[in-house]
Design a protein around this ligand. Structure first.
Ligand SMILES: [Zn+2]
Length: 385
């Protein structure tokens, strides 16, 4: 699926994605005092912070080409079917202000990271801008809100813009997407809360294949994941290990109580029958619009409790999404930002929500019913942690 049809499909999904509710019926107002970052807030990268290991590369692999050797930093990376276009001189300024908003030159920012930058033609498309940092390939296009990192889709907050022939990226995307990816994976601790979505009367969406409910599949996924993580040294707490109910805010309180260092909520999706693939959600940073609102107001200038973990939540999402694509070989619908999801926004730790496929799509509904697929979903997440 190309970017345009993906955007189109996402637009459709955004309208009809109502059955898999992951928010409170009436979203509460922003918490008082939420603007104060916790003492060990990971938003500022410090060598002395116990939350971080020394900068390690996230080792994101291209699902389509997992064994392709990566080249050294600074080397041109041109894949088969691509042509390197003549280089232009770099823009004179690192950033420009457009109506008071800072936009950063991709080429100049890349040079600061000691990366390689080039413009490429791929088929008839000559709008591809590539940055390679430490062997990791970032591809961007003007007016497309998607960054691909090693071929994996990451939805940007804002579409990059061509200004005087040079590609400029919104400063929030530089800070909240490109910089964390270039810096590598933060330490995620060793205490995981795995949240099987829904439960008891809250049944979730329903499979078009056999009318089974999302709550049963999400529980099975969580039960498969727990032993895999424990084998890797994690302490794992499940929000539920049977068909029991728990409110969304209680799931957040539960993670507080067990002092979780990360939180992963497991769900399956529903939309039009034609929509398929994997999505991974994390919190939208202050000032950045969400990719999905499900009819909730998207208050971009209101801080929520998870915002101090913007970068680590995003890196957890990118890492998990990447490994799920490798493990499950599903359509990539990208890492996306949301603000309304109660199980995410109230968390004081890296927190993500994974949609492991569409129960509304006949092919995926059949797949999700297979235990082998749900095992792959569990193995994908375990491989990321
Ligand atoms: Zn759900």
């Amino acid at each position: 699926m190309n970017n345009q049809s993906l955007a189109l499909a996402a637009g459709v999904a955004g309208v009809v994605l109502m059955s898999c509710s992951t928010s409170s019926p009436n979203p509460p107002p922003a918490q008082a005092g939420a603007r104060t970052a916790p003492k060990n807030s990971p938003t500022v990268r410090q060598a002395t912070s116990p939350r971080y290991i020394p900068p390690a590369r996230p080792r994101l692999q291209t699902p389509a080409e997992p064994t392709r050797p990566l080249r050294a930093a600074g080397q041109p990376v041109v894949l088969p079917g691509e042509k390197l276009l003549a280089s232009r001189s770099a823009p004179t300024s690192y950033s420009v202000k457009v109506r008071g908003v800072e936009w950063v030159s991709l080429q100049r920012w890349g040079a600061l990271q000691r990366g390689w930058y080039g413009r490429l033609r791929k088929g008839a498309d000559d709008s591809l801008h590539r940055l390679v940092i430490a062997g990791m390939r970032f591809d961007l296009r003007p007016k497309r809100r998607i960054l691909t990192c090693q071929g994996m889709q990451i939805w940007l907050g804002f579409s990059p813009e061509l200004i005087n022939g040079h590609l400029y990226v919104h400063h929030l995307d530089i800070r909240k997407h490109l910089t964390p990816l270039a810096n590598g994976m933060p330490s995620l601790g060793r205490v995981a809360v795995i949240d099987a979505g829904h439960g008891r009367d809250n049944k979730g969406t329903r499979s078009v294949f056999n009318k089974k409910y999302e709550k049963d599949y999400s529980l099975d996924w969580a039960l498969r994941l727990k032993p895999l993580l424990e084998r890797k040294g994690w302490r794992v707490f499940l929000t539920r290990s049977a068909d029991s109910g728990m409110s969304l805010t209680d799931r957040v309180k539960f993670a507080d109580r067990v002092k979780a260092t990360l939180f992963i909520s497991l769900h399956f999706n529903a939309a039009a029958r034609s929509v398929s693939g994997l999505e991974t959600y994390c919190i939208a940073p202050l000032g950045m619009p969400s990719h999905l609102t499900r009819g909730h107001p998207d208050r971009v200038n209101t801080q929520v409790a998870n915002n101090p973990w913007d970068e680590s939540s995003f890196m957890l999402a990118a890492r998990v999404h990447n490994q799920l694509l490798l493990s499950c070989r599903m359509t990539d619908r990208g890492v996306r930002r949301v603000r309304f999801m109660s199980v995410i926004k109230g968390q004081k730790r890296p927190a993500i929500l994974v949609e492991g496929g569409y129960l509304s799509n006949p092919t995926e509904a059949r797949k999700i019913d297979a235990a082998a697929y749900r095992q792959k979903l569990a193995e994908g997440i375990a491989a990321a942690l």
